[in-house]
Design a protein around this ligand. Sequence first.
Ligand code: ATP
Ligand code: MG
Length: 418
Amino acid sequence: MTEAAIKWPRVTGAWLHSPALVKVFAALSGGGAEARIVGGAVRNALLDRPVRDIDIATTAVPEDVMRLAQTAGLGAYPTGIDHGTVTVVTDKQSFEVTTLRRDVATDGRHAVVTFTTSWEEDASRRDFTINALYCTANGTIYDSVGGLDDLRQRHVRFIGDPEARIREDYLRILRFFRFSAEYGKGHLDPAGLAATNALKEGLSLLSAERIRAEVLKLLAAPGAVDVIHAMYKIGILQLVVRTRLEPERFERLAAIEATLGEPPDALTRLAALAVSHPDDALFLAEQLRLSNAEASRIAAASAGDPAIDPVTSEAAARAALYKLGPETFLRAVRLAWAHSGAPSNNPHWRARALLPDRWHVPVMPFSGSDVLALGVAPGPQVGRILEAFERWWVADNFPSDAEQQSSVLKELASKALT
Ligand code: ATP
Ligand code: MG
């Protein structure tokens, strides 16, 4: 479907008729309450993008949601009962069902809410117009804030006065950039941009966990390059990612991913943007609450193995690929390529990035039992012999001749035996 053809009379898609969702709607309608899908699912369905999480808004209060779901034989868990959310589970799918709300107090981080039966009130406490669309079980759309028009124009716009909305919750600064990078087209909304700039110091109130989630989504978004430049220009990015930043290097990495046809990877992008020194990776891990696995992925890819660079021989690159494994190797090549300043159409870097496609990493042909079979007693020397063999095998460009391999192993074993 071309964009111009989008008319959106209603929401459609197989997901809307999934047995699980049908059961949830049936359960909630039992007590005379109304329920509608809201937010990301409606937005993404209208844009023909994948629908992942389904959030449901309802006029029923949480206790009634619990009871209605249980009566219908569905799982019901009070996961956020204070702010009105019950997680309803059926057919291994879970749905966040939240009672319509109105804010009674906000402090820039949290809101105290009260329940309401007004769909308009519930819509107006949401962040952006494109996130405040609702649809019923049969796909009828409700839009009280002009979200459909904005969605057609890919316009990410605050509901109400941007400054007032940001003061309620400073995370909306980052969400403005994140949703603009994911769904926006053309310039950032000027009023939204001005408000984020005026209130950026409020970011310091936010927890690292909330920042982390928005930043990682932002970095991997389709429009991230322009948005990152814009955030850097007004000094917001520097408040959120506090190492020396290189937006140009980030842009080069995005171009490299695109020419390779690789999907964006948030962690590699973070490394391109913000890791110039090994300590930066450690600092970011702490600052953005990266898991150990995430931090070591960044560190390994940023380590700067010289054999990554296409000035080295293909054999050296194979050795690096063997040592790092394809995933880390690829990440390291893309990062080093972005670091080098070489353009994304550079054929030498491209060839290096495609090495895992033309050469499959061989498996080490021997293990401990092969060494023992040669008469070596169990103990640390078994490992040492294997390591010596591996060094020879890698340095010799992975010879595959089984006889040659066996004779080298025998020789190493006999040296150990004498
Ligand atoms: P995604 O695909 O990224 O999950 P989403 O629209 O589902 O997109 P969520 O962060 O999961 O985004 O939030 C769900 C909905 O809750 C949003 O669409 C929005 O209506 C509302 N919302 C979430 N966070 C905020 C916030 N900080 N301020 C106002 N409304 C919010
Ligand atoms: Mg969501």
